[in-house]
Write a protein that binds this ligand. Structure first.
Ligand SMILES: Nc1ncnc2c1ncn2[C@@H]1O[C@H](COP(=O)(O)OP(=O)(O)OP(=O)(O)O)[C@@H](O)[C@H]1O
Length: 603
C-alpha cells in the first residue's frame, strides 16, 4: 500500500502515528497530502466545530512550502513549536504562575549558585513569553528553553487544559519530529494524546538519522514499542540517483531505500577524495601550530577540487544547480578572511555562531552586512557594506533610499554642496575601513550620521557601559560580562574582516550543513569535511573507522554526514581535507566503492 493510503487508513481508524523515512522519501510531500486530504474531507466539520488543524515545522523553508501548498487555508495553523505551546497555555494565568514557580525551583535545584530560589507566587501576577533564550523569573518572563518545561508541567497538572486543546485541535502534525525536545513529546503523547485518544490524532513525520540538534528526541521507537503510536516507514527515495542512494543505505542501518519505479533513472555518481599531500608533524611541533601550517595546502586542495568539478560542468554560482556544503564553519571563515570574527562569535554563541554570523541573524552582523528576511528569504540591504556597495556601483537610487531609511542625514540634496558633504563622508569611510578597527568604523559612521544603529547594537553598547556592581542577579551579571567581552573583542578587530564577511555573504556558494539544508536539494553536491575544524562537535574519521568513544559526537557526525550527502540529486563528491587514516579509508572504500575513491597525493 502507498504510504499516503496507510496514513489515510490510520486517520480513519483514529490512530496516531509516526512516519519514519529516510532522506528524500517525500515526508514533507506526504504531510502536505495529509493536510489536503483532511481539508477536502473534513473542512465542513472543522468549521462547524470551530476547530483547526495544527502543523508544526522547524524551518521557514518548510513552513512557507506548506502554507503555499495548502493555498494558505485558514483552517490550518502552521507554526513553530514555541508559538503553539505558548498559544495553548497562555490563558491559564493562575496555573502558569504556580508552574513557573516550579520551573524556578527545578532550575534552582539544578544550578543552585546560578539561579536564585524565588517565591514567584508571591512576587509575580502574570507570566509572559519573552522569545528570548533565558527566563527572567523575577519579571515573570519565560524564555525559550523554559517554555518547553513549563508547558510540560502545565499539560501534566491540568486535565482541563489538555482537554480544551484536544477539542480545539483534533489533528496535530509535527514535521521533522526528530528535533522535537523530549519534554514536548511527553506533553504531546503522554498527557495530551493519552487523555484524549478518542478525539485527537497526532502524526509525527521525520527521520531519526537527520537529528541535528542535541536537544531533539531523535527516535520515537519507545512510544511505538509501547503501542502509543503506530510506526509507518517508507522505502522510496524520490530525490537521489541510484549511486547516492546506495551510499546512504550503507551509512544507515534501519532503512534501505530504493528508487521508486515511476522515477526516470538519472546518471549519478559518488566519489570520496582523501588528501594525502601533507608533510608530517615535526618533532615537538605543537598540534595547533602544525594544523595552522597545513592551512595553505588545504586551501589549494580545496581550490583544486572545486576547479576540477567546474571544469566538468559543475556550477557553484549564485542560485545555481550545485552546492558546496562545508561542515566546518571555521574553515569557511578562515578561507574567507574573517576567521577572527568567526572565532569571536563562536566563543560567545557556540553552535549558534553559524546562524549569528553566516546567516546574519545578529544585530551587529546586520549593521555590518545586512541580513536576509527570514520569512521571505529576500536580501535586506541595510548594512554599512551595502551603503558602500550602492555608492561604488553608482546606484544612486538605492543609495538615497538607503540613507533615507537608515541614516540621520538629510537626503534633500538640492545643491552640489549637500551631495559633496555626503560623498566626502562615504569616501572617507571607504578609506578608513580598509585599515582601521571595527570600533573606528562604528564611531565614524555614527558620528557622521551615516547610519543610525539598530536597537540590538544600541543595547550591546549600553551593556558595555553598565557598572557590574549595580547588578545583583548573578545570571544577569554573567550574561552582561559575556556580551561585553564579545562586544569589546569584536570592536578591537580589524574592520577588514567585515569586508571579507560581506564578500562571502554575497557569493553564497558556500553553505554550512545545519538545519537550514534539510528539505533542500541540489543537482550536484560537494561536501567538505575537516576533523581539525570543530573538534568537540564532529569527528568523521572516528565515525568512519568506528572508534568514536563519545556517543554524542558519533551521532552528530553520522547524522550531519547523512544529511549533507543526501542533498544530492545526481552527483556527490566528498572531500576529506584532513587526511583519513587506513582503517577509515577501508570503511570509505566499502561504502563508496573501490573505484570511487581517489587521493590528492604529493606531486
Ligand atoms: N510521491 C511522490 N511522487 C513524486 N515525487 C515525490 C513524491 N514524494 C516526494 N517527491 C519529490 O521528492 C523530493 C523529496 O521530497 P521531500 O522533500 O518531501 O522529502 P523529505 O523526505 O521531506 O526529505 P528530507 O528529509 O531529505 O529533507 C521532492 O523533490 C519531492 O517533490
Amino acid at each position: 500500500m502507498e504510504v499516503f493510503e496507510k496514513i489515510k487508513q490510520l486517520i480513519i481508524d483514529r490512530n496516531s502515528f509516526v512516519l519514519e523515512a529516510g532522506a528524500g522519501s517525500g515526508k514533507t510531500y506526504a504531510l502536505i497530502q495529509t493536510l489536503n486530504y483532511l481539508l477536502q474531507s473534513k473542512s465542513k466539520t472543522l468549521k462547524y466545530n470551530n476547530q483547526k488543524i495544527v502543523c508544526i515545522t522547524y524551518t521557514n523553508v518548510a513552513k512557507n512550502q506548506i502554507i503555499e501548498r495548502i493555498q494558505n487555508n485558514p483552517l490550518v495553523i502552521v507554526s513553530t513549536i514555541h508559538e503553539f505551546l505558548w498559544d495553548c497555555i497562555k490563558s491559564f494565568n493562575k496555573q502558569l504562575v504556580i508552574e513557573f514557580d516550579n520551573v524556578n525551583t527545578d532550575r534552582h535545584n539544578e544550578k543552585p549558585h546560578k539561579i536564585a530560589l524565588l517565591d514567584l507566587q508571591e512576587e509575580i501576577d502574570t507570566v509572559e513569553y519573552d522569545d528570548w533564550v533565558f527566563s527572567d523569573f523575577e519579571q515573570g518572563k519565560v524564555g525559550h528553553d523554559d517554555l518547553i518545561l513549563l508547558s510540560k508541567k502545565m499539560f501534566r497538572a491540568n486535565e482541563l487544559l489538555t482537554s480544551i486543546i484536544a477539542a480545539k485541535y483534533p489533528y496535530i502534525f509535527i514535521d521533522e519530529y526528530q528535533d522535537t525536545a523530549e519534554d514536548t513529546v511527553i506533553s504531546l503523547i503522554d498527557y495530551l494524546l493519552e487523555r484524549n485518544k478518542d478525539r485527537l490524532i497526532i502524526g509525527f513525520y521525520g527521520d531519526s538519522y537527520q537529528k541535528i540538534y542535541d536537544t531533539g528526541i531523535g527516535s520515537l521507537q519507545e512510544y511505538v514499542d509501547k503501542d502509543k503510536i503506530t510506526l509507518i516507514t517508507k522505502q522510496e527515495n524520490y530525490r537521489s540517483s541510484e549511486e547516492v542512494i546506495k551510499l546512504l543505505n550503507n551509512v544507515r542501518d534501519n532503512i534501505k531505500q530504493e528508487i521508486p519505479e515511476s522515477k526516470d533513472t538519472v546518471l549519478g555518481s559518488v566519489e570520496f577524495i582523501n588528501c594525502e599531500n601533507y608533510p608530517p608533524r615535526a618533532d615537538k611541533q605543537k598540534i595547533t601550530d602544525y594544523e595552522k601550517s597545513l592551512i595553505p595546502i588545504k586551501n589549494s586542495n580545496y581550490d583544486f577540487v572545486k576547479k576540477t568539478l567546474e571544469d566538468k560542468g559543475w556550477n557553484f554560482g549564485k542560485n545555481s544547480d550545485d552546492k558546496i556544503l562545508i561542515i566546518a564553519n571555521s574553515r569557511v571563515s578562515q578561507r574567507g578572511g574573517f576567521g577572527k570574527l568567526y572565532k569571536v562569535y563562536s566563543k560567545r554563541y557556540g553552535q549558534m555562531a553559524n546562524d549569528k554570523l553566516l546567516k546574519r541573524d545578529h544585530p551587529l552582523t546586520t549593521l555590518f552586512v545586512g541580513t536576509i528576511d527570514k520569512k521571505t528569504s529576500i536580501e535586506r540591504e541595510i548594512g554599512i557594506e551595502n551603503l558602500i556597495k550602492f555608492y561604488q556601483k553608482r546606484d544612486y537610487g538605492n543609495l538615497i533610499s538607503f540613507l533615507k531609511k537608515n541614516s540621520a542625514l538629510s537626503t534633500n540634496l538640492k545643491h552640489h554642496k549637500d551631495k559633496k558633504e555626503i560623498t566626502d563622508k562615504i569616501d572617507e569611510l571607504i578609506k578608513i575601513r580598509k585599515s582601521k578597527t571595527v570600533k573606528d568604523v562604528l564611531d565614524f559612521v555614527e558620528s557622521k550620521g551615516l547610519i543610525v544603529f539598530n536597537q540590538g547594537t544600541k543595547k550591546l553598547i549600553e551593556k558595555a557601559k553598565i557598572n557590574l556592581d549595580d547588578i545583583n542577579d548573578e545570571d544577569e551579571k554573567k550574561k552582561i560580562i559575556k556580551d561585553t567581552a564579545f562586544f569589546n573583542t569584536l570592536i578591537s578587530l580589524q574592520y577588514k574582516e567585515v569586508i571579507n564577511l560581506f564578500k562571502h555573504s554575497q557569493n553564497e556558494n558556500v553553505f554550512s550543513t545545519k538545519h537550514g539544508t534539510k528539505g533542500e536539494e541540489y543537482r550536484n553536491v560537494l561536501v567538505i569535511i575537516d576533523d581539525t575544524s570543530w573538534k568537540q562537535m564532529y569527528n568523521f574519521q572516528n565515525f568512519f573507522n568506528n572508534t568514536e568513544e563519545k556517543p554524542e559526537r558519533k551521532l552528530r557526525s553520522k547524522n550531519l554526514f547523512y544529511v549533507s550527502c543526501s542533498r544530492a540529486k545526481e552527483k556527490l563528491v566528498v572531500l576529506g581535507l584532513s587526511e583519513m587514516e587506513t582503517q577509515a579509508m577501508k570503511a570509505i572504500r566499502s561504502w563508496f566503492g573501490e573505484n570511487n575513491v581517489s587521493t590528492i597525493g604529493n606531486p
